[in-house]
Design a protein around this ligand. Structure first.
Ligand code: GLU
Length: 461
């Protein structure tokens, strides 16, 4: 198989792959040219699977690894809509239904100008293993559009969402594919999407989307779940060495939904978040981020994070720059993919970071992950550490199916229990495959084996 090209992030030495896995990787490169992020996500999983294929040749014999790297279905569609000035705008919509061995495709929709097929496929691929790790009956999928909601009015966002759903509705359903939010898609967008689905299908099918509002089928804790889950995961890591968040300085990147609720939970557990960021710059607040102010700036005013520093004495705003230059004990990248490369990793290590956990999907490059490993920094990959969001989506589906609504306390306790389960599964699997303490290998192997066994049981489909 021809190697299409060598991905940009791979120009430093990488772990050699077992020959059978190298064949799979070469085929992925050849079949999916130009999709760097997807290549990166696949390579990262394949690098963990060496010991699995030596122990279980059946996964290679049944072409399970080949099949898992090829989406079951990929949908690309035109999304025309009219802006407030009466001009017709055009975007592209995607839904990649990657793997349904464990349950209906499940995963968010991302609306961001950077979205193209390679991003949706990397996210969908990661989602397979993440969803498997949660222990819930959900397959993996992802979707989105290159639509940029920034600067758009509510009416424009609504018209875009209606047009997007006018095509998407044919492909989804509570037993087929259950989308949710991701970057650029929150409660407002899920509302417009659900409204259009209901109107077109004439069905009040609550379980078709998650992240819904509380009065129309949503679940308590879903908004907070990804950020809370990441912090619960770190709490489990700290407990393994008898520590806690008490007195720890934490840096969080981003200031969207994941970041905001990570800050909230860190503070509840006794840590102090001293910095967070947006795409224009970052703020440092040694007294600890004032969460109400942050929520007001980002959730209510939908403004730039610099307004936080304007309103808060003692806080400072740094335009541009890297939030990872701020010293901390624990770093939670909660913004977007590949935000921490080797240089940022080195800055974090110099600043004293001992634990890094991914609240976003794949925010650390392979070079960054290697730098953390070499420096003895504990690293928790997103497919384990940020699985709380999708796990709580599965709890929302459970409530919808039983026409029930759980209390905040009960739902949060279920989330904490699921994160504990993921954490323990990663460590037990890492031990079993002789890579103790390696959360990346533990997450990839445990996530893979469950899906692979189901795929073998279901036959060649
Ligand atoms: N987009 C989130 C994730 O990356 C949540 C997906 C969901 O709730 O289905 O896992």
């Amino acid at each position: 198989m021809v190697r299409a090209w060598w991905p940009f992030w791979n120009d430093d030495p990488v772990t050699a792959l077992d020959t059978k896995l190298q064949d799979v990787y070469d085929e992925v490169l050849g079949r999916n040219p130009g999709e760097q992020e997807f290549h990166q996500a696949v390579r990262e999983v394949l690098e963990s699977l060496g010991p699995v294929v030596s122990k279980h040749p059946e996964y290679v014999d049944a072409a399970v690894i080949h099949r898992i790297c090829e989406p079951e279905r990929q949908i690309i569609f035109r999304v025309p809509w009219t802006d407030d000035r009466g001009n017709v705008q055009l975007n592209r919509g995607f839904r990649v239904e990657f793997n349904s061995a464990l349950g209906p495709y499940k995963g968010g929709l991302r609306f961001h100008p950077s979205v193209y097929l390679g991003i949706v496929k990397f996210l969908g691929f990661e989602q397979i293993f993440k969803n498997s790790l949660t222990g819930m009956p959900i397959g993996g999928g992802k979707g989105g559009s290159d639509f940029d909601p920034k600067g758009r009015s509510d009416a424009e966002v609504m018209r875009f969402c209606q047009s997007f759903m006018t095509e998407l509705h044919r492909h989804i359903g509570e037993y087929t594919d259950v989308p949710a939010g991701d970057i650029g898609v929150g409660g407002r967008e899920i509302g417009y999407l659900f409204g259009q689905y209901k109107r077109i299908t004439n069905r009040y099918e609550s379980g078709v989307l998650t992240g819904k509002g509380l009065s129309w089928g949503g679940s308590l804790v879903r908004t907070e779940a990804t950020g809370y889950g990441t912090v619960f995961f770190v709490d489990e890591i700290l407990k393994t060495s008898g520590q806690s968040f008490d007195g720890k300085a934490v840096v969080v990147s981003g200031s969207g939904n994941v970041a905001i609720y990570a800050v909230e939970k860190v503070h509840q557990l006794g840590g102090t978040v001293v910095a967070c960021s947006d795409s224009a710059g970052y703020i440092v607040d040694e007294d600890g981020i004032d969460l109400e102010l942050l929520k007001d700036v980002k959730e209510v005013r939908r403004a730039r994070i610099s307004e936080y520093a304007d309103a808060r004495p003692g806080a400072r705003y740094v335009a541009g720059g890297s939030v990872w230059d701020v010293p901390c004990d624990i770093a939670l990248p909660c913004a977007t993919q590949n935000e921490i490369d080797e240089a940022e990793a080195v800055a974090l290590i110099k600043g004293g970071a001992k634990v890094v956990a991914e609240g976003a999907n794949m925010p650390c490059t392979p070079a960054a992950v290697r730098a953390f490993a070499d420096a003895g920094v504990v690293f928790a990959p997103g497919k384990a550490a940020n699985a709380g969001g999708v796990a709580t989506s599965a709890l929302e589906m459970q409530q919808n199916a039983s026409r029930d609504a759980w209390s905040f306390e009960h739902t949060e306790e279920r989330l904490a229990e699921i994160m504990r389960g993921i954490h323990d599964r990663c460590l037990t699997t890492a031990d079993e495959y002789d890579v103790p303490g390696n959360y990346v290998a533990g997450a990839n192997i445990a996530g893979f084996i469950k899906v692979a066994d189901a795929m073998i049981a279901l036959g060649v489909i």
